[in-house]
Each structure stands twice: as C-alpha cells, then as structure tokens.
Design a protein around this ligand. Structure first.
Ligand SMILES: NC(=O)c1ccc[n+]([C@@H]2O[C@H](COP(=O)([O-])OP(=O)(O)OC[C@H]3O[C@@H](n4cnc5c(N)ncnc54)[C@H](O)[C@@H]3O)[C@@H](O)[C@H]2O)c1
Length: 413
C-alpha cells in the first residue's frame, strides 16, 4: 500500500486527525502547522514530525495531502492554496464562508484534479449510517420530511475556553452558519440536495446566565427550513439552546425512523407503517446498530465513530482517485445554507434559492458574492453577526472571558 504523506493545519480539532492518520489507513503524518508556536511545542515530542507556524512554508513540505482544521471561516482560501500546490485536501466545516468562496473552491478542485473531501463526521455516526442503509433498502419509502438537530449547550467557562480572543469566530459567527452537523446526515441518508432556504434566528435572552459571562456578540440559535430537490421539507435546529443533543428524524411514504432522544441515543427506532400493502414485521423496532464496516476501529474513535471514517474515506478517495461522497459539491451546498439562511432571517425570513454550483449558470451569478458578517473586515452594507444589529459584549462578560483566556495562556486581546 503506497503511503499517503499527510500534513494537518490547526492543532485543536486537528490533533484528532493527526493522531488518527495511522499506518492502518496507509497514512503517514509528516508535518503539522499552527500559528501558535506554544501549541506546536506541546505536541512536538508526541507526534515527532516537522512543525510549522507559517502555512506557505508548510505547503512546501513533501506532502500528498493536507487536512484543514484552521478557523471555521478561513477554510476555502486555505484549501485553494493547497490544491494549487498540488495537494489533496480534506477540510473541516465549513467548506466556504461566502458564496463567492464556494464558487472559487469548486472551480479550483476541478482545475486541480485533486481529491477534495468535506470532513463532515456527523453522517458517519453509527445511527446515521444505519439509517442510510435502511433508506436505501426502501424501509421507509420515499423521503418526504426530515428534522436534523445539533444543539450544543455549554457552560460559560467551556464556551470561553474554545473561543479565545474577542474576534475568535465562535464569538461572532451568526447562529445559522454552523448548520452542516444537522444537515449533512439528512443529505447523506437520502442523497437529496437543498434547493431553497428560509432562516429564523433565535436571539440570546438576557435571562440566560451563560451569555452574560462571555464575549459573544452573535445570537443563540437558529431554525432553518429547506426544500430539497425531491420536494421533501427539512427542518434544522442548531447550536446554543438548552437541551443538548444530536438528533435526526426522517419520515417516508411507508414509515419513519430516527435515533433515540433518550437513553442510548445511538439507538435507531424504525416504524414500518404499511397500509394497503403486505404488512412487514416488526412494525416498531428499536435497536443498537453496528457500523456497516470497521466496527472496532470506529467504536474507539471520537464523535460517535464519525471521526474514524473521515480519515478512512479521505485515504480511500486518494488511493482510488475517485472523489468521496462528501465531495466539494456537497460540502459547498451544505455550507452555503448557513449564510443564505442568515440572509433570509435578516430579510424577514424570505425564502431564497440555494444555488447549485455543479452548474455554470449559478456559479456565474454568485462568483462575486462576498457578503459576510466578519466584524474584522466589515464594509458598508455587510451584516452584523446578530439579527439585533451591532452588539457589544458586556463589561462583565469580557472581563470573565479574559480571565479564562489568561489562565489558559492566551496572550491576545
Ligand atoms: N466536525 C467536528 O466535529 C468539529 C469539532 C470541533 C471543531 N470543528 C471544526 O474545526 C475547525 C477548528 O475548530 P477548533 O475547535 O479546533 O478551534 P479553533 O478554530 O480555535 O482552532 C483553530 C486552530 O487553527 C490555528 N490556525 C488558525 N489560523 C491559522 C493559520 N493561518 N496558520 C496556522 N494555524 C492557524 C489556530 O491557532 C488554532 O489552533 C473549525 O472549522 C470547526 O468548525 C469540527
């Protein structure tokens, strides 16, 4: 098996990829990059590979593939640079931050001929892989309605610890942007694509004791309604509400399935509701599925096994020369739902089209659309990160957050 020399950028989330890029997959970690040298020093002896603080220098290293786990809103330009340098790319969520970046990214993948994989790990959790198998076997008939939820509540201490710095993306990213964990499983199970989007944003409440202890200037959560290309309707709920959990529910013309909300949430409930047809038993089934392949390795990996399958499918794609299921088109399609839903929410929840960047017409239409809410590069006409307009962190929140950042050794503002 020809080994694949891999480099990882961003050593927070990226450390998981670095540690998982093992010889069992034919991957060899050869370099890592993080702009914070203290992060490199911490892992240098463990990983025993070349370290870089500068991305351009890192790309000069003898690498076949780059795994991007840098900041959420900076993946597309990093991916384009790596593809231009002749590297295969696996990119963390989101694939792109603006629609223009989405167009540029699909064009660059096509031009380079390299593998691009979108590292959406949630579809590969065991219950989602099982639901894909059930759907393909026709167990619930044709998909007509679905719900995806990614609700991640945290203490102020944890929120501040993962968002070091006033301008860290987690402190300002609008509430619709982190939508791929809730959407990707539905696209994976049903192989449908979003065609229109309607966004609703839930602003933070002054009554929430967590938010006032953070430097956040964005909103708490969002609901996104999508029309899919087969006519199905999807509801997504994401991010900062109480009621932590990851959940997927699908209704079909012959049945319904979901993962459990209570107890062991990896368990699947399948309901066969067959009328006017031969009845199949059992009508209601609740069970803990196994991964269809590599059960042992996946069970040991992070994010309910999803993390194992990222490196696995990336390596497979490079080896076979065939783009993975989570290719650039799907990655961009699910990522642009975030900005489009925010645009919709700011326009009184008007319904907007989700352009299909597999086609040249929509690419031309959105190639210059760099509308974005990044407060560090704000121009006239750009949106604020909150539907409430310009929001400043409270004095108390900022002081509390800075104390946590100071304790973890963060030296910036
Ligand atoms: N799929 C998942 O389950 C999952 C889980 C956590 C995070 N993520 C994603 O991973 C990405 C990173 O998030 P995170 O939690 O690791 O926190 P983060 O965004 O704070 O970490 C990014 C890391 O990249 C480094 N970095 C940023 N710009 C750089 C540059 N120009 N050169 C070199 N290094 C640079 C930073 O120093 C930092 O260590 C985000 O896109 C996030 O959405 C995904």
């Amino acid at each position: 098996m020809k080994r694949i020399r891999v480099g990882v950028v961003g050593l927070r989330r990226g450390l998981g990829f670095a540690r998982g890029a093992g010889s069992a997959l034919g991957m060899e970690l050869v370099a890592v990059c993080d702009q914070e040298s203290s992060r490199l020093e911490t892992v240098e002896s463990e990983l025993g590979v070349a370290t870089y603080t500068d991305y351009d220098k890192f790309l000069e290293h003898d690498l076949d593939a780059v795994i991007l786990a840098n900041y959420f809103h900076e993946h597309a330009p990093f991916a384009i640079k790596a593809l231009s340098a002749g590297k295969h790319v696996m990119s963390e969520t989101a694939a792109c931050f603006t629609l223009a970046e989405g167009v540029a990214l699909v064009r660059q993948v096509e031009k380079s001929g390299k593998i691009y994989m979108f590292a959406e790990n949630y579809p590969y959790m065991v219950f989602n892989q099982e639901m894909r198998r059930l759907y393909k076997a026709g167990e619930i008939g044709e998909f007509v309605y679905g719900e995806g939820e990614y609700v991640h509540s945290m203490s102020a201490n944890d929120l501040n610890a993962i968002s070091p710095g006033v301008h860290h993306w987690r402190n300002w990213i609008p509430a619709t942007y982190y939508c791929t964990h809730s959407l990707a499983p539905i696209m994976f199970i049903t192989e449908t694509w979003p065609v229109s989007v309607t966004g609703f944003v839930i602003a933070r409440s002054e009554d929430d004791p967590v938010w006032g202890l953070t430097a956040r200037v964005n909103d708490a959560a969002s609901v996104i309604i999508l029309r899919m290309d087969n006519g199905a309707v999807v509801k997504l709920l994401q991010v900062g509400l109480r009621g932590d959990g990851v959940w997927v529910r699908l209704h079909g013309t012959r049945g319904q399935m979901e993962n459990l909300r209570h107890g062991d949430t990896r368990m699947v409930r399948l309901r066969r509701e067959q009328y006017h047809e031969e009845d199949r038993e059992p009508r209601d089934q609740i069970y803990l599925p196994e991964f269809p392949e590599h059960h042992e390795e996946a069970t040991r990996a992070g994010h309910g096994g999803g993390d194992f399958f990222m490196n696995y499918h990336f390596a497979q794609a490079i080896r076979t020369g065939k783009q993975p299921f989570l290719d650039v088109y799907r990655g961009v399609a699910m990522s642009i739902v975030g900005p489009l839903a925010y645009r919709s929410a700011l326009a009184g929840s008007a319904t907007l089209e989700v352009p299909d960047f597999r086609r040249e017409g929509p690419r031309r239409k959105y190639a210059k659309d760099d509308w974005n809410p990044d407060p560090t590069r704000r121009r006239e006409g750009d949106p604020w990160p909150s539907v409430r307009g310009e929001v400043k962190p409270s004095k108390k929140g900022l002081e509390y957050a800075r104390e946590i950042w100071r304790r973890m050794g963060y030296e910036g503002d």
